[in-house]
Design a protein around this ligand. Structure first.
Ligand code: NAP
Length: 487
């Protein structure tokens, strides 16, 4: 793959169209979470690199925002084609660096490429309006214009699609970008930027600063007056801090933060279908997705049938390296995550929960090099347990019984988060009633994949601000200019 050479030399910083090491010369190791082996090194950027990236993005803004939507669309279309041509290499890199099974990595690359093609098309549909004025001899019109330089900060769990979900609409709108990826997945970020480079995105339009120390780099981006927009995907705690810092220069902000999705299974649902759906979406990416269910509410009369199927499916899940065939449970990203799984299970059991399957670290000799936690089902989960409110971000399914619809809605809404929710029922009226009552940004009705480049993704409450995907996704990078004209 064209991007290979800079990985070996740790020149993973990309500024003004050129790959280079950190100005300090510092590097950090990138590890394979499945076995702890070294995958390569990345440039350890600091304030000086961040400042150079902002300067490049600011200098490129005038010319990029002055291109036609058709020129920008052509760049994005080329990037889409290149990303699909390199899909297998990108997926293998992602599995090595992040740990997800290869099949899931292939799906993510396709999802990531979708944003490039969808926003290539949407670039051409950035319309303004004419507005009737109450005054004779007077007219109003509006223009949509790019907000300026964008600072983008992304997480490790979806290391390629979280980048295109931001960069594609930003470029389509005419913005320039400085991106700081997660420290666990800088090589995936570099490979995406190589795609953009090879697609002919002009120098300075996209800039990448890899670092093992996000604070100082983040502060340069957030304190810069030239940067007019922060787009962040990551945890609620970090998002809240960055939001406060961005307020000092009154930046536009979009935040895609943590989740604690409720998964509601009503007595009229098909228990096999619901249990299969839960097994797939709860253990997606080893439970390390923001839309993973974190509490499973099952109407009491369906509980036994539901649990039979669920436990059977979960015990059959194979853990291991994502490169191995038939593996559906990859490693957790690090030891801190392992410690959180162990703490949440211990705390739940101390407060009366039952472990139906899993519940502990897997210690098979071939799994020793990584952090593998057994896919777990807990029952009898109550609000006294940490897991009831705290995001798990791992392969644990806590199950709670309920008796009626009103109670289920109240329990589902009893969280500070508000990203995804799932409802399983065969009753159309109930499906709509419950969906309307759920205070979440995304609801899947008998559906575990309510996501697409064409659809607005995002949360309410502590899950974030703004939407990514769909027409709403490009609005985040546009200002509306009102023009009044006296004739
Ligand atoms: P994280 O710890 O919040 O990190 C996210 C990004 O922020 C990383 O690039 C991190 O850099 C950076 N960062 C941390 N502190 C910073 C600072 N002071 N200044 C500037 N940047 C800083 O989250 P994560 O563990 O990578 O991701 C998991 C979280 O993301 C979960 O809560 C999940 O729900 C959420 N998520 C949400 C969505 C969504 O669409 N709503 C999608 C995916 C994930 P380092 O890596 O160097 O620490």
């Amino acid at each position: 793959m064209t991007g290979e050479s800079h990985h070996q030399s740790a020149a993973t910083i990309y500024i003004d169209g050129r790959w280079r090491p950190a100005e300090s010369g510092a590097e950090f190791d990138v590890l394979n979470p499945a076995d702890g082996s070294a995958l390569g090194t990345a440039a350890d950027g600091s304030e000086a690199d961040a400042r150079a990236a902002v300067d490049a993005a600011a200098a490129a803004f005038a010319s990029w925002s002055g291109t036609t939507a058709y020129e920008r669309a052509t760049c994005l279309e080329r990037a889409h084609t290149l990303m699909l041509e390199r899909a297998e290499d990108l997926a293998r890199l992602m599995t090595s660096e992040q740990g997800k099974p290869l099949k899931a990595a292939r799906n993510e690359v396709r999802y990531a490429a979708d944003f490039l093609s969808w926003y290539a098309e949407e670039a051409k549909r950035v319309y303004g309006a004419t507005i009737p004025s109450s005054r004779a001899g007077h007219r109003f019109l509006t223009m949509r214009q790019p907000v300026g330089v964008v600072a983008a900060i992304t997480p490790w769990n979806y290391p390629i699609s979280m980048i295109t979900r931001k960069v594609a609409p930003a470029l389509a709108a005419g913005c320039t970008v400085v991106l700081k990826p997660a420290e666990q997945t800088p090589l995936c970020a570099a490979a995406v930027f190589q795609v953009l480079h090879d697609a002919g995105v002009p120098a300075g339009v996209v800039n990448l600063v890899t670092t093992s120390d996000p604070g100082p780099v983040g502060d340069v981006l957030l304190d810069s007056e030239a940067v007019r927009k922060l787009t962040f995907t990551g945890s609620t705690d970090v998002g809240r801090t960055l939001n406060a810092k961005a307020a000092r220069t009154v930046k536009r902000v979009s935040l895609e933060l943590g989740g604690h999705a409720p998964f509601l299974v009503f007595g009229d649902a098909d228990p096999r279908h619901a249990a299969k759906g839960l097994g797939l979406v709860k253990f997606l990416n080893t439970g390390q997705a923001c839309i993973c269910p974190n509490r499973v509410f099952v109407q009491r009369e369906l509980m036994d049938d539901f649990l039979d199927v669920l436990v059977q499916r979960v015990t059959a899940m194979k853990a291991g390296s994502g490169m191995d065939k038939d593996v559906s449970i990859g490693p957790l990203i690090d030891e801190a995550s392992m410690a959180k799984m162990q703490r949440q299970v211990k705390n739940a059991v101390e407060h009366g929960a039952k472990v139906l399957t899993g519940g502990e670290r897997l210690t098979d000799p071939q799994l020793q090099g990584g952090q593998f936690f057994a896919p777990t089902v807990l029952t009898g989960v109550t609000p006294q347990m940490d897991i009831y409110y705290e995001e798990t971000f791992g392969p644990i399914a806590p199950v709670v019984a309920f008796d009626d619809e009103e109670e289920a809605i109240a329990m589902a809404n009893d969280t500070t988060y508000g990203l995804a929710a799932y409802v399983y029922t065969q009753n159309l009226s109930r499906a709509l009633r419950v969906t309307e009552a759920l205070r979440f940004g995304i609801v899947g009705i008998n559906d575990i994949n309510p996501t697409s480049a064409a659809a607005p993704f995002g949360g309410t409450k502590h899950s974030g601000l703004g939407r990514e995907g769909g027409p709403q996704g490009i609005d985040e990078y546009l200002d509306t200019k009102l023009v009044g004209i006296s004739l």
